[in-house]
Ligand binder design. Structure first.
Ligand code: SF4
Length: 232
């Protein structure tokens, strides 16, 4: 697998579980606000850790970690993902997948095989805004399909959005919340200006929302879903 990085310990990435987070390289989106530019631009960006090293590391964490978060990049681009999840689960760990939702067949296959214990899917913007994030080549349909599949799967899940202008504003967020209406859990995260994929995109702009504005956004989304909260 294209293992681009490993965070050996986390208390915040897998709800209710102590986990490690592995970051797989490569992504089919180009979100200007992406905080993992190295993983996105180089499919073969590697951490220097081999598959063997990774699974040996997990051996040493049996009984210490509850779960493994598979993140990215976009991890569903990894064709061996089912085998990877199977191996992790066979070691006794829970598995959480972080995804942009663009590969519904892979997500469905993992859920059908009972290889996922939690799915966190990003909702980036409203349906009309997705083309920009996909470099103009792509349709939002697969994303919508993943939303539907996840909601009926029986797997624990959350949808989540990084609130960053112009991809999110109150009107846009209303349409995004419609995409996931009746969802169990919707998490809004403030944008943090750090190292990002395309800083020039935000030149002279104020893309982030302050705490008060985040509460206003939450009030927009709340009526559409069962639970909505701000994280971070
Ligand atoms: S934010 Fe996620 S989906 Fe967007 S480019 Fe970065 S890794 Fe890909």
């Amino acid at each position: 697998m294209f293992l681009g990085g490993l965070q050996k310990h986390s208390l915040i990435d897998f709800p209710g579980k102590v986990s490690c987070v592995c970051f797989l390289s490569g992504c089919n989106f180009r979100c200007p606000f992406c905080h993992n530019p190295d993983l996105v631009t180089a499919r073969d960006h590697r951490s220097g850790m081999s598959d063997l090293d990774f699974f040996s590391f997990l051996e040493t964490r049996k009984g210490l970690l509850d779960g493994v978060v598979i993140s990215g990049g976009e991890p569903t681009l990894e064709k061996n993902l089912p085998a990877i999840c199977e191996r992790i689960k066979s070691m006794g760990f829970f598995v959480k997948l972080d995804t942009n939702g663009s590969r519904p067949h892979m997500i469905r296959s993992l859920m059908d095989k009972k290889l996922l214990d939690y799915v966190a899917m990003d909702i980036k913007t409203d349906p009309d805004g997705y083309a920009v994030l996909m470099n103009g080549n792509g349709s939002v349909e697969p994303v919508v399909e993943s939303v539907r599949d996840i909601m009926v799967s029986g797997v624990e899940y959350e949808f989540r959005t990084t609130c960053v202008r112009p991809f999110v504003d109150p009107a846009v967020l209303g349409r995004m919340a419609m995409m996931i209406r009746n969802a169990k859990r919707y998490v809004l995260q403030p944008f943090r200006r750090a190292r990002i994929l395309a800083p020039e995109y935000f030149h002279d702009k104020q893309p982030g929302y302050n705490a008060g504005e985040m509460k206003e956004l939450k009030a927009v989304a709340e009526p559409f879903v069962q639970e909505c909260f701000i994280r971070g």
